[in-house]
Ligand binder design. Structure first.
Ligand code: ZN
Ligand code: ZN
Length: 534
């Protein structure tokens, strides 16, 4: 007798091999058996005839840190088959936070995390995790400790190297977070304040994480012409700190840089062959989602929101910036000129703050179109929008990556699938609703880039192993019953950049810990390695 019997389906177990015809029995939140179910009674049955039964998808790069407090059922993720979300990515996250910096950090993080109506009452990473647990999420959740939040707590938005005392304070905050259940440390080396951190700062912090069995994930310093340098920096941090490394959302910006990608991948393969545990992930779209500040070079953003506003209000800086956007060779060697790569026609405004409610009408327009509507130039419009919203404008960069490079990265055996989705009002990137169905429908069924088993492994077993999620990610007896049943003939996403809020087709059953995913309290808050051993 079991609680649930999934019968008649083809099982893809998360290891990457071929489909196997088997029934799956679930009892007490765990997988009880995989095989024949003759003579076994079940309280409820799921007919999986002509369907694939696989582990629940692990969104190993989510930005739902605040969204989960507001919508613990995590509907857009559950509908696409996600049963575990890993938050705290790219250096962004709500904790730790110093009470003095709370308002600033909430403002700075809004374009990356959204700004739902939640009471920012926590201080430590552990306080925030306790609050998350109290919200009874409908999916499993685990978190990295975000470097940006740690640095902001100690130093605010000031640029420059840390004093020894400040660095020690940061190490202590990271160590505390590990004790409180963090999986590891994330960094965002293009976003303030992560952009101000030198390599040595990350080595010190990553060493703390490595000692406590965690991993380091990095939004590296450049995804364009300096991709190889940026990958080398990340590898060198991991090597010195002796820590597992996950390079976040591997990509190459702008088709003129396509030739750089194989060199960067070769560096990662060499490091791996030499014994460094390293892997990478990808959001499977040609367009990306980010914040308006991504378009600004470091000399404009240094010092935080007020300093940036000062420069953007000043005629000489405005003229210099407008000129840099047009210049083929950026002045700042690490900065990537997105405007130069894809043009104002491919930068879509998808979210604005409530500081100027009327600007909501710009959502869905490109910056070129918004400039026309305002009788201004795209450069002036961008600077004015940044000023009016204190930078809290979210953008989609269309056609940032070529189809060929997206496919090359996706097919690589070290590459896993993530959403990197940001929960904003307005028009979120379609990956918030469609990532996993898109991979299954488009990359596997239509384009046949990898097998069903390989695709499933990239979404389940590989991230479970890389992030140390014990007892999850595989369809095997004793594993937690995080299970998806989908129709391989039908599965597809239904979203576009202008109509992202659409439910996918063909994801027919999603269970988390043996219960229908999204149900209050069905998920668990998963602890990292230091917490588990304490
Ligand atoms: Zn990122
Ligand atoms: Zn991210």
């Amino acid at each position: 007798m079991v609680d649930v019997l999934i019968h008649g389906g083809e099982v893809s177990d998360g290891h990457g091999g071929p489909l196997v015809r088997a029934d799956v029995g679930i009892d007490n939140g765990q997988i009880a058996f995989v095989g024949r179910s003759d003579g076994i009674w079940a309280t409820s049955r799921i007919d999986a005839t002509d369907q694939i039964v696989c582990p629940g998808f692990i969104d190993m790069h989510s930005h739902a840190d605040l969204a989960l407090l507001n919508d613990p059922a995590s509907r857009p993720k559950v509908e696409q088959g996600v049963t575990t979300e890993i938050i705290g990515n790219c250096g962004w996250g709500p904790a730790p936070i110093s009470p003095d910096h709370r308002i600033d950090w909430r403002r700075a993080a809004a374009p990356a995390l959204g700004d739902p109506d939640v009471d920012w009452s926590w201080t430590s990473f552990g306080d925030y995790i306790d609050l998350l647990r109290a919200r009874e999420p409908g999916v499993n959740v685990a978190s990295l400790v975000p470097h940006g939040a740690v640095r902001h707590t100690v130093r605010g938005m000031d640029a420059g190297p840390m004093s020894a005392g400040e660095l020690e304070q940061m190490c202590q905050l990271v160590d505390d977070a590990m004790s409180e259940g963090a999986l590891g440390l994330s960094g965002g080396l293009v976003y303030p304040p992560g952009v101000y951190a030198e390599t040595a700062e990350f080595v010190e912090l990553a060493r703390v994480v490595g000692r406590r069995g965690g991993l380091l994930t990095l939004h590296i310093r450049n995804y364009g012409r300096r991709l190889v340098d940026a990958v080398d920096e990340a590898l060198s941090i991991a090597r010195q700190a002796q820590v597992r490394l996950q390079i976040s959302h591997m990509s190459i910006i702008g088709s003129r840089n396509d030739g750089v990608l194989p060199l960067a991948i070769e560096r990662i393969e060499q490091a791996h062959a030499a014994g460094l545990p390293v892997a990478f992930d990808q959001q499977p779209y040609e367009g990306a989602c980010s914040i308006l500040s991504l378009l600004l070079p470091g000399w404009v953003t240094e010092g935080g929101i007020d300093a940036t506003s000062g420069r953007l209000a000043e005629p000489e800086s405005r003229a210099r910036l407008a000129e840099e956007w047009m210049s083929p060779v950026p002045v700042d060697p690490w900065w990537e000129n997105y405007v130069g790569h894809i043009g104002w026609n491919n930068i879509l405004i998808v979210g604005t703050s409530e500081l100027v409610p009327d600007d909501a009408k710009l959502v869905g327009l490109t910056i070129a179109e918004a400039a026309d509507a305002r009788g201004s130039s795209p450069a002036e419009t961008t600077m004015d929008l940044w000023l009016a919203h204190g930078g809290a404008v979210t953008i989609v960069l269309r056609e940032l990556f070529s189809r060929a490079t997206v496919e090359t990265i996706f097919k690589h055996p070290m590459c896993m699938v993530e959403t990197d989705a940001v929960h904003i009002e307005g028009l979120p990137h379609p990956r918030l609703y469609g990532t996993y169905p898109r991979v299954l429908g488009e990359y596997v069924r239509e384009r046949q880039l990898v097998t069903w088993g390989q695709a499933v492994a990239k979404m389940t077993g590989m991230p479970a192993t890389e992030f140390g999620l014990q007892g999850r990610g595989f369809i095997e007896p004793g594993m937690a019953a995080d299970v998806v049943v989908f129709d391989p003939a039908e599965v597809h996403d239904n979203t576009t950049y202008l109509t992202p809020h659409r439910r996918p087709t063909g994801i027919n059953h999603v269970l988390v810990n043996g219960v229908v995913a999204g149900t209050a309290g069905a998920g668990r808050v998963l602890a990292g390695p230091a917490r588990r051993t304490e």
